[in-house]
Write a protein that binds this ligand. Structure first.
Ligand code: K1U
Ligand code: ZN
Length: 180
């Protein structure tokens, strides 16, 4: 039997607190093969984690792109999406509260209220402009990922005390991981 290897690299996910997670990311200036390879690595890293989204700053790249796939049902066809230089065109007045998590803040969850629906425009890996409206988990995830590109984390929506408790837990986790 011949085994085929598919080229991909799992990237390390930064853990909060990290100054790179607080930066406003720069627009992607060219949808180059390097951006394509980064997006492919990010999708593989997201599926492996597992997560439903991942933004470039979470893997230490301070550029405006994220990936997401909110198809969660077992056996359903995956729908990987790559959004480069995403912009929000419209948000609904109706809101939705979802218990969010973050791959950069492992095992911590909190309710965040956001618009239920968003319309976004972005560049695809084909270099062309795309536009679509998202709802349910897709809308929550797209807004969570866009926040990452602006240096904002879901814990920034919480009160000071809750945010401090989570941040201290993450500092402890990082110290433990560093000790090995
Ligand atoms: O950006 C990230 O850190 C990824 C994050 C995205 C997200 C989760 C929940 C609400 C909004 C955005 C995650 O994917 S956390 C993991 C997660 O939610 C999940 C993992 C496996 C199956 C289903 C969900
Ligand atoms: Zn996140």
């Amino acid at each position: 039997m011949i085994a085929y290897l598919i080229a991909m690299t799992l990237r390390s996910i930064l853990i909060h607190p990290d100054p790179r997670l607080k930066k406003v990311c720069a627009p992607v200036t060219s949808v180059s093969p390097e951006i394509g390879a980064l997006a492919e690595d990010m999708l593989q890293t997201m599926y492996e984690a597992p997560g439903v989204g991942l933004a470039a700053p979470q893997v230490g790249v301070l550029q405006r792109l994220f990936v997401m796939d909110c198809v969660k049902e077992d056996g359903a066809t995956p729908k990987p999406m790559v959004l480069i230089n995403p912009e929000i065109l419209w948000t609904s007045d109706e809101t939705n509260t979802y218990e969010e998590g973050c791959l950069s803040i492992p095992d911590q969850y909190a309710d965040v209220t956001r618009p239920s629906q968003v319309r976004m425009r972005w560049l695809g890996l084909d270099g062309k402009a795309h536009e679509d409206q998202f709802d349910e988990l897709w809308a929550t995830c797209a807004q969570h990922e866009l926040d990452h590109l602006n240096g904002k984390l879901f814990i920034d929506y919480l009160g000071t005390m809750k945010r401090q408790v989570i941040t201290r837990r993450m500092e402890k986790l990082k110290r433990e991981r560093a000790r090995g």
